[in-house]
Design a protein around this ligand. Structure first.
Ligand SMILES: *Cc1c(COP(=O)(O)O)cnc(C)c1O
Length: 396
């Protein structure tokens, strides 16, 4: 093979993407991630960020970031186990634990590597990971990195979960049930109370990835565990600091034992530099705001309800969402991308999500309503949906 450097095999795959109508370039954002943005040179209403609370460009968070930079510099300079564990990292984790109403928190540089690092550190050969079929990619990668066996249960289906538990309980040492708290592509909430009951019945551990529940569900965004009042009954509660919190990072909330173990065996913590001071400073400020007021989460839910009702009345299929994530299901992959493109032309950015991110034939545009949107922006977005929906015969 003397032409490997030309990456012919990748060029062929890229041609395949084009043939399927799913090829795209990365969109370019000019300026901060706000409710209305300049994207690819065009002013559009932004319905695709995970910036649920509008914290990504919040003045208080920005000021806290600048203050942290003045005091601690721009980089942590080392991994946490050497000399990169600053007092603000500790302060952030203590505050997060208090906010989450759990004993302890261990933070990571992202939600993705929090899952990858934590799952591989807590599951090993002789254990079984039992995963919801719609779990996030970073959970799948974390499970692959561990040497545990894996099996999936049907999405949020408690009979399917119990069947696995019954069949497998005696064949393994530890069982670890893993679920998203809020499913990112559909916006539905995991049945955590029943999962906790089943886990107790079969002596399994529970692991909830609450990336889309953090800052959204529960009292002032304390998450899905708080929403169901299951404190003390979920072993590993994962949150992201990159979505509603508006910055970057991920964490596990749970027991002191968990924190102690991950500080020795969480590979991203041992082999990758810790979060930069600016991020840590602004995360602390974000959590302080949430502990002071429910104003942001209240506005988020009010906007989400408003938008979802309007789309539903027009006749769009918004799936089974129970959260501000609002999918508008189109079906066909190419048609989904076309729908998204036409909305963009009308001044609304909502990205098309298709296979392999979601199952084939369930293409959708996924609307992310935030606390930062005004009702006027949401009205304009709904108008564009109506026009494009009629133009493409999705609406009657
Ligand atoms: C976004 C997401 C992650 C990754 O979080 P980042 O902080 O962006 O790396 C992990 N799990 C789920 C369910 C997510 O939606």
């Amino acid at each position: 093979m003397n032409n490997v450097h030309e990456l012919t095999f990748l060029k062929e795959k890229i041609e395949g993407l084009k043939a399927d109508g799913v090829y795209r370039k990365l969109p370019i954002l000019e300026g901060a991630n706000e409710s209305e943005v300049i994207l690819n040179g065009k002013k559009v209403i932004n319905l695709s960020s995970n910036n649920y609370l509008g914290f990504a460009n919040h003045p208080r968070l920005k000021r806290a970031a600048i203050e942290a930079v003045e005091k601690y510099g721009v980089g942590a300079g080392a991994v946490r186990t050497i000399v990169g564990n600053m007092d603000i990292h500790e302060k952030m984790e203590t505050l997060l634990a208090k906010f989450k109403r759990e004993e302890a928190v261990m933070s990571f540089q992202s939600g993705f590597n929090c899952n990858a690092g934590t799952i591989q550190a807590i599951a090993e050969k002789g254990d079984l990971i039992i995963s919801d079929e719609l779990n996030h990619a970073s959970i799948i990668d974390g499970a692959r990195l561990s040497r545990a066996d894996k099996t999936i249960y049907k999405h949020n289906d408690m009979d399917s979960l119990e069947e696995v538990l019954k069949l497998k309980r005696d064949k393994y040492r530890n069982l670890l049930i893993i679920t998203d708290g809020v499913f990112s592509m559909d916006g539905d909430i995991a049945n955590l109370p029943d999962i906790a009951n089943l886990a107790e019945k079969y002596s399994a551990m529970t692991y909830v990835d609450d990336a889309h529940g953090s800052g959204v569900l529960g009292e002032s965004g304390r998450g899905t565990v708080d929403h169901f009042n299951l404190h003390g009954r979920i072993d590993f509660s994962i949150g992201t600091l990159s979505k509603a919190i508006g910055v970057i990072g991920g964490y596990v909330a749970g027991s002191k034992t968990m924190q102690d173990w991950l500080s020795h065996r969480g590979r991203p913590l041992l082999f990758s530099t810790s979060l930069p001071p600016a991020a840590v400073g602004s995360i602390i400020e974000a959590v302080k705001i949430l502990m002071e007021t429910t104003e942001y989460t209240d506005r988020l839910w009010d906007n989400a309800k408003y938008f979802k009702e309007k789309l539903g009345k027009l006749g769009f299929d918004t799936g089974n969402s129970q959260t501000p994530i609002t999918p508008v299901i189109i079906g066909d992959e190419a048609k989904t991308m076309e729908f998204s493109k036409k909305l963009f032309e009308k001044g609304v950015f909502v990205s098309g999500i298709v296979f392999p991110t979601v199952p084939k034939g369930t293409g959708r545009v996924r609307c992310m309503v935030t606390a930062a949107h005004t009702k006027e922006q949401l009205d304009r977005a709904v108008d564009a949906f109506e026009k494009v929906g009629k133009e493409m015969n999705i609406l009657k």
